[in-house]
Design a binder for this molecule. Structure first.
Ligand SMILES: [Mn+2]
Length: 449
């Protein structure tokens, strides 16, 4: 841990200079990490640092701040971190400390976090623009508010001092959308661990089971690979699969039901996100297969659209188109193709496929970055290095009114999700080792590990 962050110095200093080159030299950049959150009394939730401090410095401990200011004709970077503390470390675990931080992390200097306000107050007062992510560090927010609210005669006469706070998040988000080669390598690892987890769940299941048993198989594989869930695993049997963000995972799954597993993991801060749906008894019924094959066809068409130069919404359009035709063919929708699609992809098909097809993936599972500027049009152009999910689905809940649907399909929920890297040579499916054809699934389910 005290040997340094995930990537080499050059990766971080490249990111820092791309960001800092966009700031005027009379500004200061302040990126606090996430605060710790109480779970119960004196017990905290497992700690997760902010993705932006990870991105800029690889720093993982709580109570820290990344800072950059222009001094002597160059940007000077620093980390404010917790000091070594023998007693605290005996209770809570080892700390890197300022000396190691300065020696092994990609910054010029490191200081104790407890001194950040006294050290930075004067510096902030000398700058024009404060680039700060607010809402993470209350004391720092209060310090900045104090300075900006400061009616000092010197400030008004000389004009020296900050006049605005600016949020650097959108600049960082734009950078984070395109993954570098070292980032792609780690995201491949996260994808592979999640693939192994889904394969384990398939192999370990045959016949009656429960959502919690399957969740245990999935997370067993995460834990043994030093990965953790990148979001609450969704293991939804039968009708529960029609709840998009189902997370209770506490019901029995009976023979003859499908299980929908939406579970991915985080490796070194980077997320994977996979969904597979399959019959717990190893054999799709006719109705299950019809819906499954339709979602799979939609996903296949959508992945083909994941190419450089296409628009962000092109994969979604392809998925909607395939699903609309399929729903009409199956007699589930009794309308024209145009009515199923709708003028703005908001037609009749949305009753059963009500979510988007893609989101960006990276340090956050729903990663940052503007994909559809101003919320209109087909979205931005796909570029090499972007990673997005492709995850169409169809849902026929028994517990809400779905009159048009033949009883045959009631209680079926299917989603299929893969992680796709955009490259000049076409889409690369990072999660393609997780079985998804009907034949591959029926072959692997229940074979044991
Ligand atoms: Mn997803």
């Amino acid at each position: 841990m005290d040997s340094g962050p995930v990537f080499g110095d050059d990766e971080y200093t490249r990111r820092q200079s791309v960001l800092l080159s966009q700031l005027s030299t009379d500004s200061i950049l302040l990126i606090p990490t996430n605060p710790m959150k109480i779970r119960s009394n004196d017990v905290y939730y497992p700690y997760r640092p902010s993705s932006d401090i990870l991105y800029l410095s690889g720093w993982e401990e709580p109570c820290s701040l990344f800072c950059a200011l222009y001094d002597d004709d160059r940007w000077v970077t620093s980390l404010f971190v917790r000091e070594r503390d023998e007693l605290a470390e005996r209770w809570e675990g080892k700390r890197v400390g300022t000396i190691n931080a300065q020696a092994h992390w990609p910054v010029d200097k490191a200081f104790p976090w407890s001194t950040r306000i006294e050290q930075l107050e004067q510096e902030i007062k000398q700058r024009k623009t404060i680039f700060l992510q607010q809402g993470l560090d209350d004391e720092l927010d209060a310090c900045v508010a104090r300075i900006l609210g400061y009616k000092d005669r010197k400030r008004s006469v000389t004009g020296i001092g900050p006049d605005s706070i600016s949020d650097p998040s959108n600049l960082l988000a734009e950078m984070r959308m395109r993954k570098s080669d070292p980032e792609v390598e780690i995201m491949k690892k996260a994808a592979n661990v999640a693939v192994q987890a889904h394969i384990r769940a398939m192999k370990q299941t045959l016949g009656d089971t429960s959502e919690q048993m399957i969740q245990a198989e999935i997370e067993h594989e995460f834990t043994r690979n030093l990965a953790e869930p990148s979001y609450g695993s969704i293991v939804a049997g039968g009708d529960n699969a029609t709840i998009l963000h189902y997370h209770k995972n506490d019901e029995e799954i009976t023979e003859g039901s499908l299980v929908l597993i939406d579970a991915g993991c985080e490796v070194d801060g980077y997320a994977s996100d996979i969904t597979r749906t399959w019959p717990v008894n190893g054999k799709f019924s006719k109705a299950q297969r019809e819906i499954y094959e339709l979602v799979l066809a939609a996903q296949t068409q959508a992945i083909l659209e994941c190419k450089v130069g296409n628009h962000w919404l092109d994969p979604h359009k392809a998925a909607m188109s395939t699903i609309s035709m399929g729903l009409i063919e199956l007699g589930i929708l009794n309308c024209t193709y145009e009515e199923a699609m709708g003028k703005n992809l908001d037609g009749m098909s949305r009753k059963y496929f009500m979510h988007g097809t893609s989101h960006s993936l990276g340090l956050d599972v729903h990663d940052v970055g503007v994909t559809r500027p101003d919320g209109v049009g087909d979205g931005r152009i796909l570029e090499s290095g972007m990673i997005l999910t492709v995850e169409p689905g169809l849902y026929f809940p028994s517990w809400v009114d779905v009159k048009e649907v033949n009883d045959t399909y009631t209680g079926i929920g299917v989603r299929i999700e893969d992680d796709v890297l955009i490259t000049d040579a076409g889409p690369v499916v990072l999660t393609d080792k997780a079985p998804k054809s009907v034949e591959d699934l029926e072959r692997i389910i229940g074979t044991g590990v």
